[in-house]
Design a protein. Structure first.
Length: 519
């Protein structure tokens, strides 16, 4: 008998972006959306169109470009939000309006400052409004897990009558315990008479570290859509990690008896891309995608795995697209060898992009004897940043002098947005400070550097160094990353990357300020 499918709803671009400091530009979101399409997710929540012009643009662009999955646009239960959501979905092959409204008394009384009847009316009328535009309407009862059950049942029945096709039960504040959450879903199934007309969905936050466990418990009792983010990104402690749910379903299909439409071999690439773009590192012991997830350190485990892999491995690393044994390329490797290795790592490049990658590879191979998979990933990330950051300033040249008896001094030459070349210099307390001050003299965007980390990508003295920084302007935080064998060059690249993203996001905000807060 065919196994039932659980739909995978990815909200990395909406709830994931709400993680402090995870802001993304439209080209970056589009790149993630394309990768999510390769991964095979059923629904991509591309943004909250009414919240800002940048979000509107991102939803509209993704709707136009990404044709396979359903594209959802989030809306509060307000007429303008629903209208904006629909407008943003005009180019979509498979549009969905996702209306949400709080149902718990805590939210109704203290945040919405309304009574239950008023909230019920808003839910029904906004679902009807959305239905007037679009066949596919999802309704989320925000803070459902802390809602008085009878009120929740009545609200869900009413919005289904009004046309909702998916009902989402969010554990908005990550408060539930798995058995309790499963009971809530069971009670919804028994007390909402028309619930069998819709897909029942869950959306679990991770405040108690139970986001994935709650989602799995819900699947066991009949939820057929799960919402979450890649790498567990998201508001506060994040959302349920989608790669964990997907591999849980895949690995334990014997027990759960369900399946998904996901191509699991795309998980590794998707996870790295999201980490790379958002600047949120993946902890080494993170399930499924952490660096140590398939590393066996203990002698007994190594012995077992060498004799028979299934002794200590419940998943084949290849099934998530893990690159496996790191192959090494060098100075004498040719274009065909580079292309083959990049394809094995999941990068399928156009002829033009391959030329650019080959140039970068040759430069790197001149500096480093051996170029590993991690080096290639860093190279590809750098190339991606140059293409997608809708580059405002590019670095032409940087020169630094420092030492224990010298005043650190940096000279930088940048090309500006209009193509003009500008050179400036500055001293600083150290070489990085001197570089950043010299860049500031040209770019002139006030900001504060709030985080600076350098990590070595591979072992050895000639390793590539990767710099991740965060800069703050007002309340907004912007991440920047750069990689190079010279960490001062990597630091300069990271700073320019952050400034270019800051300028792009400020530009997107400027056009028509709306100022709607995120859910
Ligand atoms: O956590 C939540 O309740 C949400 C809703 C908008 C679905 O993100
Ligand atoms: Zn959420």
């Amino acid at each position: 008998m065919a196994q039932e499918k659980v739909r995978i709803f990815d909200t990395t671009l909406r709830d994931g972006e709400q993680a402090a400091g995870a802001g993304m530009t439209t080209p970056e979101k589009l790149e993630i959306a394309r990768q999510l399409e390769r991964l095979g997710v059923d629904v991509i929540e591309a943004g909250f169109a009414a919240s800002s012009p940048g979000d509107f643009e991102a939803v509209a662009t993704i709707a136009q470009e990404v044709r396979q999955p359903i594209i959802a646009s989030l809306a509060r239960a307000h007429p303008n939000d629903v209208d904006q959501a629909w407008k943003s979905l005009q180019g979509a092959a498979h549009p969905r309006i996702h209306v949400f409204l709080s149902s718990s008394d805590i939210h109704i009384m203290h945040q919405l400052r309304k009574n239950r009847e008023e909230v019920m009316d808003m839910a029904v009328s906004m679902v009807s409004r959305a239905k007037g535009y679009c066949e596919d309407v999802e309704f989320s009862a925000m803070d459902a897990s802390r809602t008085e059950p009878e009120y929740l049942y009545t609200m869900l029945k009413a919005v289904i009558d009004a046309g909702a096709t998916t009902i989402n039960v969010p554990d908005t504040v990550g408060y539930s315990i798995p058995e309790e959450f499963a009971d809530l879903l069971r009670s919804i199934q028994s007390n909402v008479p028309n619930i069998d007309k819709v897909v029942l969905s869950v959306h679990c936050h991770n405040d108690l570290g139970l986001g994935v466990a709650n989602s799995m418990a819900a699947i066991q009792v009949g939820a057929r859509q799960v919402e979450g983010c890649i790498n567990g990104l998201g508001e506060r402690a994040g959302n349920a990690a989608l790669e964990e749910i997907i591999m849980g379903i895949e690995t334990r299909k014997d027990y759960l008896g369900v399946t998904t439409n996901i191509d699991t071999s795309q998980i590794y690439r998707t996870s790295r891309l999201v980490s790379d773009i958002t600047g949120f590192p993946i902890q080494p012991n993170k399930a499924i995608v952490g660096l140590n997830a398939f590393r066996h350190a203990s002698g007994i485990h190594q012995d077992g795995v060498l004799k028979e892999r299934s002794t200590y491995e419940i998943m084949d690393p290849a099934s998530i697209g893990w690159p496996g044994i790191s192959l090494v390329l060098g100075k004498l490797s040719g274009r065909a060898g580079l292309r083959a290795r990049l394809e094995e790592l999941g990068y399928h490049l156009s002829a033009e992009d391959l030329n650019q990658a080959f140039e970068g590879f040759k430069n790197l191979a001149d500096k480093k004897r051996e170029v590993t998979d991690r080096d290639l990933e860093a190279l590809m990330s750098d190339q991606r940043r140059a293409v997608t950051e809708s580059t405002t300033y590019t670095m032409e040249h940087i020169q630094v002098s420092c030492g224990d008896h010298e005043i650190p001094t940096a000279t930088v030459r940048l090309t500006g947005p209009d193509g003009s070349v500008m050179t400036d210099a500055s001293t600083g307390t150290g070489p990085v400070d001197a570089i950043y001050k010299a860049i500031n003299r040209i770019v002139q965007v006030p900001n504060t550097l709030s985080e600076f980390t350098v990590k070595s990508i591979t072992e050895g003295i000639d390793a590539i160094g990767e710099v991740t920084i965060r800069v703050q302007k007002g309340d907004a935080v912007y991440v920047g990353r750069g990689a190079d064998t010279d960490i001062l060059v990597a630091s300069a690249k990271a700073y320019l990357n952050a400034l270019n993203r800051l300028l792009a996001m400020e530009e997107a905000k400027k056009e028509t300020p709306t100022g709607v807060p995120n859910p």
